[in-house]
Ligand binder design. Sequence first.
Ligand SMILES: Cc1ncc(C[n+]2csc(CCOP(=O)(O)OP(=O)(O)O)c2C)c(N)n1
Ligand SMILES: [Mg+2]
Length: 326
Amino acid sequence: MKQEKAICCLTQMWRIRLFEKKLQNLYQEGKIHGTIHSCVGQEAVAVGVANALHARDLMTSTHRNHGHFIAKGMSIYGMLAEILGRKTGLNHGKGGSMHLFDMKIGALGSNGIVGGGFPIATGAALASVMQKTKKVVVCFAGDGAVNQGSFHEAANIASIWHLPVIFVVENNRYAMSSDIEKMVNIDQLSKRAESYGIKGITIDGNDLELVEETLKDAVNWAREGFGPMLIEAMTYRQAGHSKSDEELYRHKEECERWKRENDPLIRFEQKMIDEGCLSTEEIKCIQEEQVLELETVFAYVQKDDAPSLDKLCANVYAGRVGELFD
Ligand SMILES: Cc1ncc(C[n+]2csc(CCOP(=O)(O)OP(=O)(O)O)c2C)c(N)n1
Ligand SMILES: [Mg+2]
């Protein structure tokens, strides 16, 4: 890998990780209303997928969405302000963590409804075909979401209409406290693709280069009109499900092992060092730069005001189309 590219990849992964860690601290200080879902441990999926997309391509995300959209290029300032309920937020501070949305970067929204992204992404892919824009849509989902009816309906219609949508299922082994092995009776979720006549593949989601390579093939395939693909990316969430989680459903040792042996950032850094692409000093610089950048953003956003009371009903009820985003 070229050094410039390695710096970009690592910068993005550290930006996501540090953003999530700082957010967790704010939560513990009681400064976040609503909830948040940390994607620490899953950064390579977000960055690998986003690297394979064009800027104009589209993406839907889940409740565990911050990493996906940071990788897609969402403003950290606008995202944090939204999460903290500030009027400078992407949705004027009224949506919070699970309703991030920014059409300028092709972010078609995160979603608090498990499986809610499937029909939205599939519809956007249909629009791409009808409007001949050649946009590809990535639909992120968790392992728990593929048991929702919306997945099966979307996969079927995307298949028969050859829609350019790529379903990226982040299999982090758990849906809240439910272990994947108790929830499905197949060893790979990608096998579900076959029953809809689409290609499915399971990959190591903590290997950034593999994720990017696989996605590039899928994106080309979809853009050329061959239809959807299902990519199951095996990964692990290092934090609890959301704000409070005693994690009684998994062994501490399991989590420690993933952190020690299969952390996507450590793996990528080690590979870059082994290949002579980055030195330990350069890696340290990348981390420090991100620490500084995020400290500044977090300090400024917290000074912003909440939306004023007279804006309470603005953008809540649909008026004429032109009024929606004024
Ligand atoms: C339709 C629906 N059912 C249940 C929930 C409650 N819920 C929130 S997150 C979650 C687990 C999702 O697991 P998974 O899809 O594996 O995503 P992960 O949290 O692991 O990223 C559940 C059941 C919900 N938000 N929406
Ligand atoms: Mg899961």
